[in-house]
Design a protein around this ligand. Structure first.
Ligand SMILES: [Cu+2]
Length: 326
């Protein structure tokens, strides 16, 4: 520091102000890194921007990167600066001056690190509460809910919340729509721009429902109704994977979903409901509940494999002749 220096011997070079030099270079590099992260990298960050929860996650990752990059730049810059500027001259075997502390450096360190950690705590809390659990499972009685009406029927152009039961079992996903007669589908269809409540459960072991592009991830446990929220923001396809090791075919436990326009979704859902009604599937399915008793499923499913157009929770894997017989 300039103020604590001993007066330079006549003819010797004055020590430059290293702190200001470092700060100036750090400021330029950190600003450049943050601008690149925000404007170039952010649009490509996972999981994309297909739903409200995905958008929030992309935003969160970008904010964390913008917060972290100046710290990384500071560490690397100091490292390089020390190696280049403070390197001992050839033939200089003397010791450095003893240092007993530096109030400015210590105060800057404590204030800087405290500010960053407190900011992350506040930001993390806001981003968890604001988007109703950030797309994660909140258990059977969520404390943060999305705005939307809980209704027994669902119509496009309203504020009705679509309820979708996600049923995991070894090794497939089935989706049940209580607002459409409790019909079941092996692909997950959703309406764009309308709130969705997933009720995630399992018929056997633990699974985890992961709709990657929607930014939704929730544990699927037998006997538990795990609720997660999102609002799809764009039409298109997405994938659903199991993200909890659940047996030998865990890796094959995935299927696909589509976000449709609300009217297209309604005609799809009503169509499946009508078909399953006509085929007798609806009558054969167990009544819609938030959890199911796995021990009765094999009995309920006995006749379902004979009926076309349905696989999943009540039938396919537990039917007669199926290798997986509990
Ligand atoms: Cu699984």
């Amino acid at each position: 520091m300039a103020t604590t220096e001993t007066p330079a011997a006549p003819g010797a070079q004055r020590e430059p102000n290293h702190a200001w030099r470092l700060f100036a270079v750090w400021f330029v590099l950190a600003l450049a890194a943050d601008l690149v992260i925000w404007f170039v990298w952010k649009p490509h960050l996972p999981p994309g921007d297909m739903s409200s929860s995905a958008q929030h996650q992309q935003f969160d990752i970008a904010v964390l990167a913008v917060t972290g990059a100046p710290v990384v730049v500071a560490v690397l810059l100091y490292f390089v600066y020390a190696i280049v500027v403070w390197r001992a001259k050839p033939g200089d075997d003397s010791d450095g001056e003893p240092i007993y502390g530096n109030t400015k450096v210590q105060a800057t360190w404590i204030i800087g690190t405290s500010a960053i950690v407190l900011w992350l705590a506040v930001f993390g809390t806001i981003e968890l509460v604001g988007p109703a659990g950030a797309g994660a499972g909140e258990g059977p009685s969520p404390i943060w809910t999305l705005a939307g009406k809980q209704t027994t029927s669902w119509a496009p152009g309203t504020n009705d919340m679509l309820q979708v039961q996600v049923i995991g079992q070894q090794w497939t996903w089935t989706y049940r729509y209580p607002q459409f007669g409790g019909m079941e589908s092996s692909s997950l269809m959703l309406p764009v721009g309308m709130p969705v409540a997933f009720h995630v459960t399992s018929l056997d072991v633990i699974h985890s429902f992961w709709a990657y592009q929607l930014g939704v991830k929730a544990d699927a446990n037998p006997g538990v109704d795990n609720v997660a929220y999102t609002t799809p923001k764009a039409t298109g396809g997405f994938t659903v994977r199991c993200s909890e090791l659940c047996g030998i075919w865990h890796g094959a436990m995935f299927n696909y979903g589509q976000v449709l326009s609300p009217t297209a979704f309604q005609s799809w859902a009503s169509g499946v409901q009508a078909k399953e009604q006509a085929d007798g599937v609806l009558a054969a399915l167990p009544a819609y509940t938030l959890t199911y008793d796995p021990t009765v499923i094999p009995q309920l499913g006995k006749n379902i494999p004979a009926i076309d157009g349905i696989t999943g929770a009540a039938g396919y894997y537990y039917g007669p002749g199926n290798p997986v017989t509990p």
